[in-house]
Design a protein around this ligand. Structure first.
Ligand code: PMV
Length: 325
């Protein structure tokens, strides 16, 4: 009744942006990511018959409020799946996200929780089923079940039975590096949930976003198979800009970008003008991730660290999928 699992976070190269079902977390579009080795969550779940409710500890601190509710609601799914609705659990998680990185840990968090909880109940889930369950904790988390390059197939069924991640290329397929650029600026945050909802409901650019996805996905998968770094980077960077363009046309309009975000984007384009292939991508926040090749690590890192307003640059490689202890 006890199990420990570890999962890494992932960075989307083709973004998931917009839900067609809010409660089941079904996306409007398929997406594709790279699992990252630098950021992970390790979680131990122990189901205890004497507990009358769940308990959640994050980095040794007892968590209450919204964060606890999300974990407990997610455990309800696993309990229902296992047909033990009244069996509660103690959950201990540690986040190995470098200090003050300012990155959301929901992807690694829910993937580790789903894996540990299902293992603790001896459910013996295959990876598709694990990904499908994980999706209902946080959408992007369903991709963290696998290492390397991963696609989340949006599926077409109303019940979500065909919406889960599939592996595209394993961790050792290709040594692509990612620099996570942390900015000092604090912005009023529009959550990814709220941002997606507003964009789907009001942005006239949203339908163009959805229409473009199949081409972006086909092309980036070819580039990944061919290990064509420049092609992959161009597609990923353009996809990121398309996603963020939808937010500017929403009502009310919003953007996740800060002035330093733009400076980092321009610096990355400047690196390319000097013949160093590097490409950016940005999620629902001001921080930037930069894709580069191993031979350019020094120059990319150095250039990014020198930008005023950048507080940290964390280097990552391709990471592995869910593992158990
Ligand atoms: O899964 P969520 O709710 O954290 O949403 C993730 C949305 C993006 O990070 C912007 C894109 C993605 O595919 O990860």
């Amino acid at each position: 009744m006890k199990a420990t699992a570890k999962a890494h976070t992932n960075i989307a190269l083709i973004k998931y942006w917009g839900k067609r079902d809010e409660s089941l977390i079904l996306p409007m579009n398929s997406s594709l990511s790279l699992t990252l080795n630098a950021f992970y969550t390790e979680t131990t779940v122990t189901f205890k018959p004497d507990l009358s409710e769940d308990k959640f500890f994050l980095d040794n601190e007892l968590i209450v409020g919204d964060q606890f509710t999300k974990v407990s609601k997610f455990l309800d799914l696993i309990r229902n799946y296992a047909d033990v609705p009244d069996l509660f659990a103690e959950v201990h998680s540690t986040n190995a996200v470098p200090t003050a990185a300012g990155f959301a840990s929901s992807a690694s968090g829910f993937a580790a929780l789903a894996a540990a909880a299902s293992r603790a109940l001896d459910l013996k889930l295959d990876e598709s089923t694990l990904s499908r369950l994980t999706r209902q904790g946080s959408g992007s988390a369903c991709r963290s079940v696998y290492g390397g390059f991963v696609e989340w197939e949006k599926g077409t069924q109303d019940d979500g039975s065909d919406s889960y991640a599939v592996p595209v290329a394993p961790q050792d397929h290709w040594d692509v590096r990612v620099a996570a650029v942390v900015l000092s600026s604090v912005m009023k945050k529009v959550s990814s949930r709220e941002g997606m909802k507003r964009t789907v409901e009001t942005s006239p650019f949203y339908s163009a976003w959805v229409d473009n996805i199949p081409t972006d996905l086909t092309q980036i998968k070819e580039a990944i198979q061919d290990r064509d770094f420049e092609r992959m980077g161009e597609i990923a960077e353009a996809n990121c800009q398309k996603m963020h363009a939808t937010t500017l046309a929403a009502n009310p309009p919003f953007t996740y970008w800060h002035d330093t975000t733009l400076t980092v984007m321009q610096t990355v384009q400047g690196l390319r003008e000097k013949g160093i292939p590097a490409y950016f991508t940005i999620d629902a926040g001001p921080n930037v991730k930069v894709l580069y090749q191993p031979e350019n690590e020094e120059v990319v890192q150095q250039t990014l660290r020198e930008i005023p307003g950048v507080t940290n640059v964390i280097l990552s490689r391709s990471g592995q999928g869910v593992t158990y202890k």
